[in-house]
Design a protein around this ligand. Structure first.
Ligand code: 9WN
Length: 447
C-alpha cells in the first residue's frame, strides 16, 4: 500500500533533520529523551542517543554516557531516569523519593528502577565510530572504553546478583517500566495481580496532557499500578533484596535477558582488547552463557517464541509480542527453533503483513487479538526496536536481513517527524515527535 504520508525526506535531508533534533534536545548538560513529554535523561534512551551523537561529535557522545554513569548507584544499578530540573514529567524525583535509598547517588536525583542493559553495545559502537573519525577521537574513545569498562561490569554484576531469582535464569524486572516496553500485553497478567493499596498517595498525570490523544498512552488503571509499585519500593527503602522478595510484580524478562547476553559478549570483547581483569572477563562469559541458555529454555515447544516468566505466579507468559523473537537477538536456541522464528518473523503475521507501510516488526502482531495499531507498546512500530534487531542480525552475520530492517526503519521514519512510535499501516507518528532516540538510530542508519 505505498506511503500515505505527505512528506518524504531524501536521506541527506533526513540525516540533517535528525542531527537538528539531537541538538535542539540538548540542554547543555543532557540530551532529553524528548522535548516536552520526557524532559530528563532515560537510561536506555541515553545509550541509543550516544550512538547517534557519535556520528556528529564523538566527544559529546562520550559525555552523554559519562553523565548517565555518574548517576550509577553504589550497588551498581544504572537508574532508569536521571532527573533534570524540569518538572513537566510525572512521576518526578519527589514522588520517587530515592533519598531514602542506602545505595543511591549523592549529587544527582534519579528514579529507583533500571532499564534494559544496552549500554555496552552503545559503548562499543561509539568506539567503532570514534576510531574511524579522527586520531583525536580514536584516542578519546579508547580512553573512554578503558575508563567505563569497570562501571559496565558493576552494572552487569548488579543484574546477576540482585535480579536472577528463581531457577529460570531470566533477569527479573520489578516494574513494567524496567522492560522499556511499559504497557506491553506481556505484562497484563502479572499486572492483574497488582492491587493498588488504599495508601496510594493521590497524583495527577502529566503525560496525557502533552500527548494530544490519551488513548496512545497507558490507561489510568495501568498508571495506578505503576504508581503503586513505586510506593511499595519507596516503603522498602529501595532495598533490592526486600523488593525482589516482596514486591507485587516480579517477572523474568526474556528480552532484557537476551540483550544482557549479547551485551556481556560485547563487554568480553572490549575487556580482552583493553586488558581488563581476567576473572571479570570470565564472569561475563559465564553470565552470557547462562543468559543465552535461559532465553533458549524459555522458547515455546510449538511456536518457538521466547517467553517471559511470572515469578510470583510461577508460570510462563504466552502472550505473543515482538519480545518472542529474543532468541534471534542473542542466539543459542536450537537451529530448528531459530528457523521457525525466522520464518514466523517473515510471515504475514509479522514483517510480511501485506498492509504494513514498512516491513519491520510491530510491537504486537497485527493478527493477534488485542493488537491496537495506535496504542504505545500494544501494536505500533518502534524504531529503536528495529535498530536492535538490525544491529543483532548484522552481528550474527545475517547481512541481508540486517539491511532489510535498516531500509524498513528508514522508510518508517522518512517523514522526518522522529515519532516515538508509528502506526504500522499509515505510518502516522504517535506519542512524542522529535524523540531523541528515534533521531539517533536514523542517524546511525544513514551515516
Ligand atoms: C517511563 C523515554 C521512555 C522510554 C521507554 C518508554 C517510555 C516512560 C513513560 O519513555 O517510558 O519510563 O513515561 O512512558 O516506554 O521505553 O525509555 O523515551
Amino acid at each position: 500500500p505505498g506511503d500515505r504520508r505527505p512528506v518524504r525526506y531524501p536521506e541527506p535531508a533526513l540525516a540533517a533533520r535528525a542531527a537538528r533534533v539531537l541538538r535542539d534536545n540538548d540542554t547543555g548538560a543532557v540530551i532529553t529523551a524528548a522535548p516536552r513529554l520526557y524532559p530528563h535523561m532515560w537510561s536506555w534512551d541515553a545509550a541509543f542517543i550516544s550512538i547517534g551523537l557519535a556520528r556528529l561529535d564523538v566527544q559529546r557522545a562520550i559525555s552523554e554516557l559519562q553523565t548517565l554513569f555518574r548517576a550509577q548507584w553504589r550497588n551498581g544499578m544504572v537508574p532508569h531516569i536521571v532527573f533534570t530540573e524540569n518538572d513537566a514529567y510525572f512521576p518526578g524525583p519527589d514522588r520517587w523519593g530515592t533519598e531514602v535509598a542506602h545505595d543511591g547517588p549523592q549529587h544527582v536525583r534519579t528514579s529507583g528502577i533500571c532499564q534494559p542493559p544496552v549500554h555496552a553495545i552503545a559503548v562499543q559502537r561509539v568506539l567503532e565510530i570514534g576510531r574511524r573519525s579522527s586520531p583525536a577521537d580514536r584516542a578519546d574513545a579508547e580512553r573512554f572504553v578503558r575508563d567505563i569498562w569497570p562501571s559496565l561490569y558493576a552494572w552487569h554484576r548488579w543484574l546477576v546478583e540482585y535480579r536472577t531469582p528463581g531457577s529460570s535464569g531470566l533477569i527479573a524486572i520489578v516494574h513494567g517500566w524496567e522492560s522499556g516496553m511499559d504497557n506491553s500485553p506481556r505484562w497484563d497478567l502479572p499486572y492483574a495481580a497488582v492491587q493498588p493499596g488504599t495508601g496510594l498517595p493521590p497524583y495527577v498525570r502529566k503525560d496525557v496532557r502533552i500527548v494530544g490523544d490519551p488513548s496512545e498512552r497507558p490507561s489510568d488503571r495501568e498508571y495506578d499500578r505503576y504508581l503503586w509499585l513505586i510506593e511499595e519500593m519507596r516503603r522498602a527503602g529501595y532495598d533490592q533484596r526486600k523488593i525482589v522478595r516482596n514486591s507485587s510484580f516480579l517477572v523474568g524478562d526474556v528480552f532484557i535477558t537476551a540483550l544482557f547476553a549479547v551485551a556481556c559478549d560485547v563487554l568480553v570483547e572490549l575487556g580482552k582488547e583493553f586488558g581488563q581483569e581476567p576473572e571479570e572477563i570470565a564472569d561475563l562469559q559465564e553470565w552470557a552463557d547462562n543468559a543465552r541458555a535461559a532465553v533458549a529454555g524459555s522458547c515455546h515447544s510449538v511456536s518457538g517464541l521466547a517467553r517471559d516468566r511470572d515469578l510470583r505466579a510461577n508460570r510462563w507468559l504466552d502472550t505473543q509480542t515482538v519480545a518472542g523473537f529474543s532468541a534471534l537477538l542473542c542466539g543459542g536456541a536450537p537451529d530448528e527453533v531459530q528457523l521457525k522464528l525466522l520464518s514466523l518473523l517473515d510471515s504475514d503475521r509479522w514483517c510480511g503483513h501485506p498492509d504494513l507501510l514498512a516491513p519491520v516488526p510491530p510491537s504486537v502482531s497485527p493478527m493477534r487479538p488485542g493488537f491496537n495499531p495506535r496504542q504505545y507498546w500494544r501494536g505500533p512500530q518502534w524504531p529503536v526496536v528495529v535498530w536492535l534487531f538490525s544491529w543483532a542480525f548484522e552481528r550474527r552475520g545475517w547481512h541481508e536481513r540486517a539491511r532489510k530492517l535498516r531500509d524498513g526503519g528508514v522508510k518508517l521514519t522518512e517523514d522526518g517527524s522522529f515519532g516515538e512510535y508509528y502506526e504500522p499501516f499509515t505510518g502516522e507518528p504517535l506519542g512524542s515527535t522529535d524523540q531523541s532516540w528515534t533521531a539517533a538510530v536514523v542517524l546511525d542508519w544513514l551515516c
